[in-house]
Design a protein around this ligand. Structure first.
Ligand code: PLP
Length: 494
């Protein structure tokens, strides 16, 4: 190879260039955090998607490293562009989706892993990543109330993949030989009516057929109705249909409601059915002495999914799948991969993650969580949970004093759905009222003042907040109300 062929390679791998670029990285990110935390910017810098894509494509023609100001300056420009064009979760007015303003320090641990490319599948490729994952799984199992010698699990990329993994395990255990011979027609997945779509989607992926999901109605607190679950399981048994699993919610997506896990587990035990708990959002309450009672009965679950990139405030993605019975960890997949797994060292199969995960090469997802746990101890997670739930309750109480606002539930977690109905809309059609909620939200988020989201409950469109930034204050919440009123008046043409 000629010098000109290799000079970009030596530049790309230069530790001097890395050091100069990392200096820019550090100062730009620090300034960014300072600016956002002071509320000195828009929350979302809204740009229509086609403009964003065109701009990103244009940068790809820039060949910045060849420009006269050099590659480190090119890195600076690129990072500046990324920061200027993203969603600003660290702004205290970000009160939107269930994605947190992650603890910034957690990103530093993730960055070490990215730069050194620590991966998993086999222990040899990521020995410390594997050790960290195992230590975390032990810690999380103990929080559930399990003996970590008898339980087990894995980390994977997000709640959706985690629910799929856990429910595949449930299918293989509940329906004997299904991995090899398939499943009997009519096999059913039973869920809470407010279940996240990634759970019902597994019915299509796992071969049950999307129509074979029985959604159990919710009660007035939007929790799975336990008596209705009993009836559903009895009817399914009487009609000769196998049940793959019951999937309950600990922190439902629309309202953050917690199912009665104790009651549900008793029904499942009686019917001999696998109990899966989607605690992607609410698992973190197990760290809180004040709130962990919401998950009473979770230790009876056969499998649990718990997103650390939600209420444990680490960067996406980091999700635990946990199994009460340690033996179930090898029931998910049944395949040979002799080039990866050494039969002369069978003990390593328990350590090598690849036998138990959808991924072969797997990004080491646990460093952020592990780093925070080591630095601050469990108490940080308890404080994050208690504080964000406290702020949500404060907002709920604020709304109760406002006649133009209607809360749709009492918050059990850090999620609250509500409607804004100025007097002139109270007698309007549901359709008009629904359209108004959406128009107000769009106007609000495009202004960049706040970022909140929307949902639909029983046909009613609603505004929805999730307090996912622990730096959001009571004053910010008061300002949200004021901004909503302003946006509403503009929508109404006043
Ligand atoms: C209850 C629940 N389960 C699962 C998911 C999916 O998790 P992820 O977005 O990590 O795939 C979500 C996402 O918000 C959720 O709220």
């Amino acid at each position: 190879m000629s010098d000109s062929e290799t000079c970009l390679i030596s530049q790309a791998y230069s530790s001097d260039l890395f050091s100069a670029a990392a200096g820019h990285w550090k100062s730009l990110l620090t300034e960014h955090l300072q600016r956002l935390q002071a509320g000195n910017s828009k929350v979302l810098n809204w740009v229509p998607p086609d403009e964003s894509i065109a701009s990103a494509a244009q940068w790809m023609n820039a060949a910045l490293a060849k420009q006269s100001d050099g590659p480190a300056e090119g890195v600076r420009k690129l990072i500046a562009q990324m920061l200027a064009s993203g969603q600003n979760l660290h702004h205290p007015h970000y009160i939107g989706h269930q994605v947190p303003a992650a603890v910034p320090l957690a990103g530093l641990f993730d960055a070490v892993s990215s730069v050194t490319n620590q991966v998993m599948a086999i222990y040899e490729m990521g020995p410390w990543a594997t050790a960290v994952e195992y230590a975390l799984l032990g810690g999380l199992c103990r929080k559930v109330g399990w003996n970590d010698q008898h339980s087990s699990g894995l980390l994977t990329h997000g709640g959706s993949l985690a629910n799929l993994t856990a429910l595949l395990t449930a299918r293989n255990v509940s329906i004997a030989d299904s991995w090899k011979t398939g499943i009997p027609p009519g096999t059913t997945l039973v869920t809470n009516a407010d279940v996240h779509y990634c759970v019902t989607r597994t019915a299509g992926i796992l071969g049950l057929g999307a129509q074979n999901v029985a959604r159990v109605p919710v009660d007035s607190r939007r929790r799975m109705d336990v008596a209705a679950l009993e009836r559903t399981l009895t009817e399914l048994r009487n009609s000769g249909r196998a049940v793959m699993a019951v999937s309950a919610c600990a922190g439902s997506t629309p309202t953050g409601a917690f199912d009665d896990l104790k009651g549900i587990s008793e029904v499942c035990r009686r019917h001999g059915v696998w109990l899966h708990v989607d605690a992607a959002h609410g698992g973190a309450l197990l760290f809180s002495r004040k709130h962990r009672h919401r998950l009473e009965g979770i230790a009876e679950a056969d499998s649990i999914v718990w997103d650390a990139h939600k209420m444990l405030f680490v960067p996406a993605l980091c999700t635990a799948v946990l199994y009460r019975n340690r033996a179930h960890r090898f029931e998910t997949f049944q395949q040979d991969a002799p080039y990866l797994f050494d039969p002369s060292a069978p003990g390593m199969a328990d350590i090598d993650s690849g036998m138990r995960t959808v991924e072969c090469t797997k990004r080491a997802t646990g460093f952020g969580l592990w780093g925070l746990w080591c630095l601050f101890g469990e108490e940080l997670f308890e404080q994050l949970v208690d504080h964000t739930l406290g702020m949500t309750r404060h907002f709920y109480q604020l709304l109760l004093t406002e006649s133009d606002f209607q809360t749709l539930h009492e918050p059990e977690c850090n999620i609250l759905a509500f409607r804004y109905l100025p007097s002139e809309l109270r007698t309007a059609s549901l359709e008009r009222q629904n359209a108004f909620q959406r128009e107000v939200r769009t106007r609000l988020i495009r202004s960049g003042e706040f970022y909140i989201v929307q949902t639909t409950l029983d046909g009613m469109a609603a505004l929805r907040v999730t307090v996912m930034n622990p730096l959001t204050t009571t004053q910010d919440l008061q300002e949200l109300l004021d901004s909503l009123k302003r946006a509403g008046q503009q929508v109404l043409g006043h």
